[in-house]
Ligand binder design. Structure first.
Ligand code: S3P
Length: 433
């Protein structure tokens, strides 16, 4: 259950200057953690995400028989179960993490035994029918309560399917692929909008074969996975808060090293560029098929312009939309967001909460079923912000607070630790006051 405990005061900043290296990407850490725990052999990951969500994935996999330990040099070492988990008579606690629940469901559906997946109050409100349906089509027996967790899986052999995801969702795609990995025949997942492809890249890094087209991925099962060692690239969705903050202050200069720049995740750089921010990408490298590089950002002297985020862009930017909406009042022409109905079923109803908190800071904003219109040219004042227990809301409004008149109080600030426990310390490091 969520209890709002920690409050943080964010003082306005004069500028954002500095150089940071961010903790490992949440999406990639989930996948490396999950797949290494399922693979044979031992894997070691440096810069593994420090967020509570990835700890939930590791804890669930430990309960299913994997061995996880933190090495003295900070790396996470995982010894896998070689394709066969040990059913646990206790419920597996996915905490606040939708990725954990949806991806583990696909991994467990073809395994022998019964499994119960539970989550906190927020996760227990999130839609699970989107994974139950394709898994049921494969022959899995899964029970939900009114479309939600707890999720009870009676595992057993499945049959391969060819399906189209009901909403653009990398979690749903991954869920079906992980079931397909263990199922005889070819399982194909098609999607209308290409979502983040970390699962495809990670499965290959663990030795699996899959084939891809622009809008589909197929896996012929059953296949075995083998552990490996890797460094997790810095998290671009965490970087988004710093990139947006730097984009607000003419004279700013921020360098982010070792950042994950997978093209299915890097749309934010294009959007910031279209708003007028100056962005340079240096030292691009390939690490297990994930692109990693250095990003330099500075704000345009004339301030940010305006942009619209609709259609496929909305799906690709889904985790960055709260912070983009939160800085939109400081642009000259505002930001229009549509086709982002999925924001309503994230860790909170992010459309409602962004609108509420922008209004608390004195901004004008119009809320739509699938987005927001935030006019530009506004000045905001400090206010009390309700994070709703949602990490991205707590961090987005900490960024908006940097340009406000007066101090801002973030209620439920501890939520940041879901993805980014270091957030407030790093913000203090680069914010000049
Ligand atoms: C994620 C996919 C996205 C994203 C989430 C992480 C992933 O969710 O919002 O933070 O790691 O696959 P959906 O798949 O529900 O769009």
């Amino acid at each position: 259950m969520h209890t709002a405990t920690e409050e943080r005061i964010i003082r306005p900043a004069r500028n954002i200057i500095g150089s940071l290296r961010l903790p490992g990407d949440k999406s990639i850490s989930h996948r490396y953690g999950l797949l290494s725990a399922f693979a044979s052999g031992t894997s070691r990951f440096s810069n593994f995400s420090t967020g509570a969500d990835c700890a939930s994935t590791l804890a669930c996999m430990e309960a299913l028989g994997a061995q996880v330990r933190r090495l003295d040099d900070g790396r996470v070492e995982v010894r896998g179960v070689a394709g066969r988990v040990t059913p646990s008579d206790k419920p597996l606690d996915c905490g606040n993490s939708g990725s954990t629940m949806r991806m583990i469901a696909g991994l467990l559906a073809p395994q022998e035994g019964s499994f119960t997946l539970v989550g906190d109050a927020s996760l227990s409100r999130r839609p699970m029918e989107r994974i139950r349906k394709p898994l049921a089509e494969m022959g899995a027996r899964i029970t939900l309560t009114d479309g939600h967790a707890p999720l009870i899986i009676h595992g057993g052999p499945l049959k391969a399917i060819d399906c189209t995801t009901p909403v653009p969702s990398a979690q749903v795609k991954t869920c079906v692929l992980l079931a397909g990995l263990q199922t005889a025949g070819t399982t194909t997942v098609r999607e209308a909008v290409r979502t983040r492809d970390h699962s495809e890249l990670a499965l290959r890094a663990f030795g699996a074969k899959l084939t891809r087209t622009v809008n589909s991925v197929s896996i012929a099962g059953p296949q075995a996975l083998t552990g490996f060692d890797a460094a997790v690239p810095g998290d671009l969705s965490s970087a988004a808060f710093f990139l947006c903050a730097a984009a607000l202050f003419p004279g700013s200069g921020l360098i982010l090293d070792g950042l994950g720049l997978n093209p299915t995740r890097a749309t934010l750089l294009d959007v910031l560029t279209s708003l007028g921010a100056h962005i340079a990408v240096l030292n691009l490298e390939d690490q297990h098929a994930e692109l990693v590089g250095t990003v330099q950002v500075s704000a345009p002297p004339e301030g940010l312009g305006s942009t619209a985020i609709t259609g496929a862009l909305a799906a690709q930017l889904i985790d960055e939309l709260p912070v983009l909406a939160a800085i939109a009042p400081y642009t000259s022409g505002g930001i229009r967001i549509r086709d982002a109905r999925e924001l309503r079923v994230k860790e909170s109803d992010r459309i409602a909460l962004v609108a509420k908190n922008l209004r608390a800071m004195g901004a004008e904003v119009e809320e739509f079923d699938d987005g927001l219109d935030v006019p530009g040219g506004q000045s905001l004042h400090g206010a009390t912000i309700d994070s709703g227990g949602d990490h991205r809301i707590a961090m987005a409004f900490s960024v908006a607070a940097l340009r406000a008149q007066g101090d801002t109080l973030i209620q439920g600030a501890e939520a940041a630790a879901i993805s980014f426990p270091e957030f407030f310390d790093l913000l203090d490091q680069v914010a000049e006051r």
